[in-house]
Design a protein around this ligand. Structure first.
Ligand code: AOF
Ligand code: ZN
Length: 379
């Protein structure tokens, strides 16, 4: 059908640049497109970007639909860059498949970063584009796209969200004084970075211990990003979350989900529900702790793809020992506690971070007086 059109000349440097721009565009939507991945897309004609799109909040419209609509007739003969295989399914939510938009737009070529792991789409989107005469190349920016879409990939393949663990420690490795009192560890620049990280996840998760000791708000409080607060999740096996906590008092504005054990009393659940808090229940592990894998499965069923866990040393250790910590960010302050306190990283976790079979160092960055060290799971 399009066989007579000239095959576009491939300029690898330009291709890398355009895909990098599509990836950057896709990352701007992280945290607000769940249950969908945040995809970035560009339409490029004769070396000029004529349309840009990113998956919209809540997951629809999709990125390609927006980029192609912006391009209009300029899409004829153009190249579509996209960070994930264009979808081929007719959505229950009423969306036209991106595949159909792409074919009808007159685009000549699609440069796509990776196949969509979604079994309804995987490989089909690319194959159908090819059978309609569109040139398709897959792989440019693949590694970065797999990183950005990790939440979507794990949700589809393993039925759980991606988990980013965040821990703050003093220069001597503590997260609290021995008496358990609260202390400010990180500086202002580090806190800004933490709020940005919160905004790029679908949910923030903490253990009830953190709520009882700190009464945190767990919202995004950066100018211009006030509406980017993700869902707040509390792991609270015995339903101890106080009705007077900052979380419950703001549940009508920023949703709160509590995950309790099946054997927790019914009374507090009713009172929390009355305040607009959602309560789910999962079983316990043999040692009595909340069944974390079950809690994550439940969140994935709710549509959550990316979790930011600020849960303190116990939740951190539990997630890591079950292989459920995909990213671990340790922020280290320049000041020491100067006395024995609570260790931010339990010795087992500290050892795991030094074991290349468990974690690898991905990046270090300075934010004011704090240094952020990011590890990725080696799995
Ligand atoms: C695309 N472009 O921007 C995104 C895609 O439930 P639906 O119909 O909205 O489709 C969800 C699936 O579409 C999702 O699981 C993922 O496989 C894909 N996401 N695809 O072509 C996009 N966000
Ligand atoms: Zn689509």
């Amino acid at each position: 059908m399009r066989g007579w059109t000239a095959v576009p000349v491939v300029d690898p440097a330009a291709e890398r640049r355009f895909m990098a721009e599509a990836l950057a565009l896709g990352r701007t939507g992280l945290g607000r497109t769940w249950p969908n991945p945040s995809v970035g897309s560009l339409v490029v004609k004769d070396g000029v970007v004529v349309g840009r799109g990113v998956t919209q909040p809540g997951g629809r419209p999709h990125a390609e639909a927006i980029a192609l609509e912006a391009a209009g007739l300029a899409a004829v003969g153009a190249t579509l860059y996209v960070t994930l295989e264009p979808c081929s399914h007719r959505s229950v939510r009423g969306g036209t498949p991106c595949l159909e938009h792409t074919i009808l737009s007159g685009v000549r070529q699609v440069v796509s970063a990776i196949d969509d792991p979604n079994p309804h789409i995987s490989g089909i989107g690319h194959a159908l584009l090819r059978s309609a005469g569109v040139l398709v190349r897959v792989g440019e920016g693949g590694a970065k796209a797999r990183e950005d879409h990790l939440g979507h990939i794990l949700r589809v393949r393993e039925g759980r969200p991606m988990v980013t663990l965040k821990l703050a420690q003093t220069a001597d490795g503590y997260c609290a004084p021995a008496d358990g009192s609260r202390m400010q560890i990180s500086g202002e620049a580090a806190m800004r970075e933490v709020h940005l990280l919160r905004a790029s996840h679908d949910a923030i998760m903490v253990g009830i211990g953190t709520v009882l000791s700190d009464d945190p708000q767990l919202t995004v409080r950066l100018p211009g990003l006030e509406d980017r607060s993700p869902l707040r999740v509390v792991l609270d096996s015995a339903l101890r979350l106080p009705l007077t906590s900052a979380l419950v008092r703001t549940a009508a504005v920023v949703p709160v989900v509590v995950i309790a054990a099946e054997d927790a009393p019914a009374e507090p659940e009713l009172r929390l529900r009355d305040q607009g808090v959602e309560v789910y229940r999962v079983g316990r592990e043999p040692d009595g702790r909340l069944d974390l894998p079950a809690a994550l499965r439940l969140l994935a069923i709710c549509g959550i793809t990316r979790i930011f866990s600020e849960g303190g040393p116990i939740v951190a250790q539990s997630l890591a020992e079950r292989g459920l910590a995909d990213r671990l960010i340790v922020s280290t302050a320049d000041h020491a506690l100067g006395a024995a306190g609570t260790l931010a990283l339990r010795p087992e976790l500290r050892a795991a971070l030094r074991d290349p079979a468990r974690f690898r160092l991905l990046a270090t960055a300075r934010h004011g007086s704090d240094v952020f060290t990011t590890y990725g799971s080696a799995a």
